[in-house]
Structures are given as C-alpha cells and as structure tokens.
Design a protein around this ligand. Structure first.
Ligand SMILES: [Zn+2]
Length: 170
C-alpha cells in the first residue's frame, strides 16, 4: 500500500486483512518488518465476534464521548444564561456531563489498548521476551513520529514492560 493511503507502517483492517506500507521495505530492516507483521497478525487473529465487538465498542464509545461533551456544552450554556437556574445548578449539570464523558473516553481508550496488547503479545510469543524487547525498542528508535502520533502511542499502546509482564507473571 502507498504511504498516502495507509500512513502507519502496518494496519489490520476490520476484515482482518493486513496492509503494509510500501515505505517500510526501504526504511526498515527485515527483522523489524517481521516484528511488524507479527504485530499485525496478532490483530488479524481475531474471530468475527471479537472483531465485531471491537468495532461496536470503539465506534459506540467514541460517539458517546462526543455526544456527551456536546450535550454538556449545550445544557451548560443554557443553564448559565437562563435566569431560572442558579450557577451552582448549571455547574452540577456540567460536572455530571463531564464525568460521564470521561467514563466513555476511558472505556474507548481501554478497548483500543487491549487490542494493541493482543497484537504485541503475538509478537512476544513469536520472538521470545529478549528478542521482542530488542526489536520493539529498535522499531521505536527508527520511527519518526509527529506529536499526534506520539500522543496516540502513549494513550493506546502498552509499554514493553506491560506486554512482557502480562505474558510472564512473576
Ligand atoms: Zn496495532
């Protein structure tokens, strides 16, 4: 796949087909391409039911978060400018709205994080802990991420220790 279409090095679609960015052939050594493919295979090994659940949960929670924020904004603005309600009442409504929106956003993050954990664990199983750690670190060093990509990485991906730790509980 051309870089313009996919953006990331690899991607597993909801149909469990794996796309690989044609750029990686030039940019990554073979062992890191193998790591990438193992990661994507971890996504692609999902059953239809799990895939569907992931889709419904991510879309559902994302829509819920945005809807709650929007609703909070409207209700909050109405309450502040309507003399019928006190500012305290308005503030309470806004806080409740924000709490629920935070719940939905946290759920969204958790679902995506779990999915990336599944993919990384597949790479860990394929490579063994020491080799997995080495290739993961090397992959991260070679990747040049913008600020948004770095933020996404932080939010939605487990760290090496989290991946290895879960696989080999002490
Ligand atoms: Zn992934």
């Amino acid at each position: 796949m051309p870089n313009a279409v996919i953006g990331t090095p690899g991607k597993t679609t909801i149909f469990n087909t794996i796309w690989v960015n044609e750029r990686v052939k030039d940019e990554l050594p073979a062992e890191l391409i193998e790591y990438l493919i193992l990661h994507e295979h971890g996504h692609a090994s999902r059953s239809v039911a799990v895939r569907l659940k992931f889709l419904v949960l991510t879309v559902g929670l994302a829509v819920t978060t945005v809807a709650l924020l929007f609703l909070t904004m409207i209700v909050g603005t109405t309450a502040v400018f309507n003399p019928m309600y006190s500012l305290v009442q308005g503030a309470i409504v806004v806080i409740i709205g924000l709490v629920f929106a935070t719940f939905a956003a946290t759920g969204y993050r958790q679902v995506r994080w779990n999915e990336e954990l599944r993919a990384e664990r597949n790479a860990l199983r394929g490579l063994g802990p020491a080799e997995y750690r080495r290739r993961h670190d090397q992959f991260e060093r070679l990747r040049n991420r913008g600020i948004i990509e770095q933020l996404k990485r932080r939010l939605f991906y487990p760290t090496v220790d989290e991946v290895v730790g879960r696989e080999n509980p002490q």
